[in-house]
Design a protein. Structure first.
Length: 224
């Protein structure tokens, strides 16, 4: 046996002894770490599967609730939606509450609907699309009764920001100003909306009609 072979055998023996010593010291922990990794992956997969099943079930329940309304069973629909608003996944809880607020408005309970939208707007702060929708709906329901100060307090942040609801907010501000005989503010809001090329075409057309109405109202009668 040459020297190289002896050295290799000695080296392998040393490594084997070192490995055995390490295994004796840390082997249990290695097994536990491996088990934890496998269990963690399985847990994540199980949680994902459970969430998907919950969402699918909630979607079916939500559709079934809306079907009840189409069948003229409004009270049964409201009961189903209230249960979902308390027990469903977060997204469907919010959808159910929005639908309950709309149902309240449809039934004539404007005060209840406004309160529901106001609570939603406060609770989902940071969810710009949903929060803005709640704010606009509440302001729209208050439009016929509130003064301009209240409507502007509700809508100024939306109208002056980059919210996707800013155009609707400006239209409601213009309508509120017109209703409260604040013609200058109405002209400003409708003019701002008409000049905004990013505004939906239907809103710009309505703004143009309102501006024409304001001009006609200010025109002297019979040239006087």
């Amino acid at each position: 046996m040459n020297d190289d072979s002896i050295f290799r055998e000695v080296d392998e023996a040393v490594r084997s002894d070192q490995f055995k010593a390490l295994w004796d010291k840390y082997g249990v922990w290695v097994l536990l770490a491996a088990f934890a990794l496998v269990a963690g992956v399985a847990g994540i997969n199980g949680w994902t599967y459970w969430q998907e099943r919950q969402a699918a079930d909630a979607g079916g329940r939500f559709a079934a609730a809306l079907q009840l309304e189409e069948e003229g069973k409004s009270s049964e629909m409201s009961e189903a939606l209230r249960a979902m608003a308390e027990e469903g996944p977060w997204g469907y809880r919010i959808l159910a509450r929005f639908r309950l607020a709309a149902a309240a408005a449809k039934s004539g309970d404007k005060a209840g609907a406004v309160k529901a939208y106001d609570v939603l707007a406060e609770e989902i702060s940071g969810q710009d699309l949903l929060q803005g929708y709640a704010v606009v709906q509440a302001a729209n329901l208050r439009l016929d009764e509130a003064n301009y100060e209240e409507i502007s307090k509700r809508l100024n942040d939306l109208a002056n920001g980059e919210s996707p609801w800013r155009h609707s907010a400006r239209e409601l501000l213009g309508l509120s100003a017109y209703r409260n005989s604040n013609r200058q503010e109405a002209e400003d809001q409708f003019g701002r909306l008409l000049a905004d090329q990013t505004a939906p075409i239907n809103l710009r057309r309505r703004a143009e009609m309102m501006l024409a109405l304001l001009v006609k109202a200010d025109a002297p009668i019979n040239g006087q």
